[in-house]
Design a protein around this ligand. Structure first.
Ligand code: SF4
Length: 340
């Protein structure tokens, strides 16, 4: 019999489980408290549940917590954790903890590998090896030693969140619900290459921030590095985003990895301004991190600064994002999910 994983279940789902098992309804609230406020990793630790209830739960369920099998530490304090996929331990996924003063950000994965095939991305070059369950997504957040220090979560690790949207939305529901962690949705950012049907649903059903991977404003040039451009042109993605109000607390940002000689001249900056003009947003320029076997090179710092200044001078807020964890292959586009 397959055992249910409790981590990731909503209060309503736990109430349903209690009803099925003849347990009092309030047991579900107690279980939420143990799972999400007290972070227990065993059913035995739920000590205010009756012994009978705990024994029955152990027959039909597990918490679903498992600890990282490896951790690499960067010279800048960034840590890269390696986890096994719980339903297929031959597959590995990675999460990156980025400390920054009072902030502790965790970059989580939502898939093993990825279907999107972005040509500059190590994950994308590995192909797709399965969606992560809500339990495996949340486990990355709950099972690292820095869990109590986390202030922000970004879904920018391995995989495309809109391609595993049910489980991403279920995990953000746990993070933001009063019966879960009770976080503001504005502490969470979900990235996408712009899968329009998923993005539309996400915009309608969630209040979390959104980050769109843009990387080139010209359709043909973007398609050369991001095959999904063909199905979901960036112009259509931006048109969809313009239908929503971004003047409040919810933010939209565009990630722009800078490749030397490919997307970093004034022609690109001018087209980016034209594409984004009037949209409340921010553009984050990211230095490309070379990996073996890639033909791409990173832009020169002076070209990144010129690009940033052009955008800011033309009304598009733009910053150069600090690069973290490069020495342990933890930076953007380098997650390989390999047990070394
Ligand atoms: Fe997938 Fe993101 Fe890599 Fe593109 S950049 S292949 S969407 S993981």
């Amino acid at each position: 019999m397959t055992q249910t994983s409790l981590l990731g279940m909503s209060l309503a789902e736990l109430e349903g489980l209690c009803a099925d098992e003849g347990m009092p309804r309030y047991t579900a609230k107690q279980m939420c408290d143990w799972l999400y406020a007290k972070h227990v990793d065993s059913i035995d630790a739920m000590t205010n549940l009756s012994l009978k209830a705990r024994n029955r739960l152990k027959e039909i369920a597990v918490i679903g917590r498992h600890y990282p099998v490896n951790c690499q530490v960067s010279c800048d304090g960034t840590k890269k954790y390696l986890f096994q996929k719980s339903d297929d331990p031959s597959q590995y996924i990675e999460s990156v903890f980025i400390p920054d003063g009072d902030r502790g950000t965790l970059c989580v994965s939502c898939q093993a590998g990825c279907k999107m095939g972005c040509r500059f991305c190590v994950t994308g070059q590995q192909g797709f090896h399965g969606n992560l369950s809500v339990t495996d997504i949340l486990n990355q957040i709950f099972s690292i030693p820095e869990a109590p220090q986390l202030t922000n979560i970004v879904f920018m690790g391995m995989g495309e969140p809109m391609d595993n949207l049910d489980n991403v939305l279920r995990s953000t529901e746990v993070l933001t619900s009063p019966w879960g962690l009770g976080w503001s949705p504005h502490r969470i950012t979900v990235s996408t290459v712009g899968i329009i049907p998923g993005l539309k649903r996400f915009l309608d059903e969630s209040q979390c921030h959104v980050a769109v991977s843009l990387h080139n404003p010209f359709a043909k040039e973007r398609e050369d590095i991001m095959p999904m451009q063909k199905a979901y042109p960036i112009a259509d993605v931006v048109a969809l985003l313009r239908q929503y109000d971004w003047s409040g607390q919810r933010r939209i940002s565009f990630e722009y990895i800078m490749f030397r000689g490919l997307n970093d001249d004034t022609r690109h900056a001018a087209e980016l301004v034209r594409l984004l003009k009037g949209l409340y947003c921010r553009v984050n320029l990211i230095r490309f991190h070379s990996s073996p076997d890639t033909p791409f090179k990173t832009s020169l710092p002076k070209d990144m600064e010129r690009f940033r200044d052009y955008l800011n001078a033309h009304g598009v807020i733009c910053t150069i994002r600090a690069s973290r964890g490069e020495d342990i292959m933890a930076a953007c586009g380098l997650l390989a999910g390999k047990n070394q």
